[in-house]
Design a protein around this ligand. Structure first.
Ligand code: FES
Ligand code: FES
Length: 210
C-alpha cells in the first residue's frame, strides 16, 4: 500500500491557488536576471513545490487491495498500474486506444487503460490480469487460452483475456462471428485469432463462471 503525505495545496481556495501561481511566475521572471547559483537554488525549490502541487489523492481498489495514492491528475490508469504500482501484466501497445493491449476492468466493465485518466477511477474497483486468477488456480479463460494456443508472443494476451471475460459477461459470445465482432478492439499481431475464438467459445459453452 502506498500512502504519501497530503499535498500542500489541499483545502486552499481557488484565489490562494492563483496567488501561488502568480508568486511562482514572478520567481521565474526574477530567475532570468539572477546569478547562476541563485537560479539553481530557486529552480530546485520550485521543482519540489511543483511536484507537491501536482499530486492529488486517489483511493481505488486494485485487484482486491485498497490503494491510497497520490498521483498527478494527468496520469493514465495504464501508467499508474505499470509505472507506480508495477503491475506490468497490463501492456502498453499503441497508447492511443487502438490495440486493446491495455484492457482492464473498472467496476466490471472493460476499458482501455491508456485512455482512462487514473483520477476517474476514484472509489472504483479495478481488475487487471494479475487479479484474475484465484491464487494458484488460473481463471477458466486463462486455462482455455493455454489449451487452445490462443497466443504466440503473448504481448496482446493479457488484454485479450480481459476482453474475452468481459465479452462473455456482456452476453456477446454466442457465435464465432459475434465473438470476432466484440473482440475486434483487441489486435493480435501474431494472428492467433482463430485460436482465441475457440478458447472463448469453449468457456462460453461450458458455462464456466467468469
Ligand atoms: Fe491502450 Fe493500445 S495501449 S489501446
Ligand atoms: Fe503476439 Fe498476440 S500473441 S500479438
Amino acid at each position: 500500500m502506498i500512502d504519501h503525505e497530503q499535498p500542500e495545496n489541499q483545502g486552499k481556495t481557488p484565489s490562494s491557488s492563483r496567488r501561488d501561481f502568480l508568486k511562482q511566475s514572478s520567481v521565474i521572471a526574477a530567475m532570468a536576471v539572477a546569478p547562476p547559483a541563485t537560479v539553481d537554488a530557486v529552480e530546485k525549490g520550485l521543482k519540489e513545490k511543483i511536484v507537491r502541487f501536482e499530486q492529488m489523492p486517489l483511493q481505488v481498489e486494485i485487484n482486491g487491495t485498497l490503494q491510497r495514492l497520490k498521483i498527478e491528475p494527468r496520469v493514465t490508469l495504464l501508467d499508474l498500474l505499470r509505472e507506480q504500482l508495477h503491475l506490468t501484466g497490463t501492456k502498453k501497445g499503441c497508447d492511443h486506444g487502438q490495440c486493446g493491449a491495455c484492457t482492464v476492468h473498472v467496476d466490471g466493465q472493460r476499458v482501455n487503460a491508456c485512455l482512462t485518466l487514473a483520477m476517474t477511477t476514484e472509489g472504483a474497483k479495478v481488475t487487471t490480469i494479475e487479479g484474475l486468477a484465484e491464487g494458484e488456480k488460473l481463471h477458466p479463460m486463462q486455462e482455455a487460452f493455454i489449451k487452445y494456443d490462443g497466443f504466440q508472443c503473448g504481448y496482446c494476451t493479457p488484454g485479450q483475456i480481459m476482453s474475452a471475460v468481459a465479452c462473455i459477461r456482456e452476453g456477446h459470445a454466442n457465435t464465432p462471428d459475434e465473438i470476432r465482432e466484440y473482440m475486434s478492439g483487441n489486435i493480435c499481431r501474431c494472428g492467433a485469432y482463430s485460436n482465441i475464438v475457440e478458447a472463448i467459445t469453449e468457456v462460453k459453452q461450458k458455462g464456466a463462471k467468469v
